[in-house]
Design a protein around this ligand. Sequence first.
Ligand code: ZN
Length: 171
Amino acid sequence: MALMPLVLLPQPVLRQVAQPVNDITDDILQLANDMAETMYAAPGIGLAANQVGLLKRVIVMDCARDDEPPALWKMFNPEIIWLSKENTKMEEGCLSIPGHNAEVVRPSEVHVSYLDIEGQKQEMQATGLLAACVQHEIDHLNGVLFLDHLSRLKRDMIMRKVIKENRTQND
Ligand code: ZN
């Protein structure tokens, strides 16, 4: 397994749509394993392939709390098939936008279809943190960031800071 470099805002790959995975090949499984290792090392609770610079519909997540056993999800071609009408507000961050958390409103429950590591079609029902996380990661596959769920004012404020930080780093 290998750590992969994380792609940061405003790199364009974060705004592009990832392509479906046709077969669960050894290469795709290796990618999911490397993404999981990268996510744990960051540390983070979710990672989409766009964030390591690859436009493939692959996400990994582990939303277990520190006092719970690890619960690693590897999902290929995940797709939201049902969203609750009720919404929940939760604080979110993103490994591609480090240091800028914000409260995001999303449906509180979600059903997701996906392929597992055997290439079998599965369905997941998620609530709470896992529901927010899987929506955040599937957004990434569609070139959408959690910033897009904020007010324009908040989004612009974070974008300005990120651009300023990048400029300072490059000086
Ligand atoms: Zn993210």
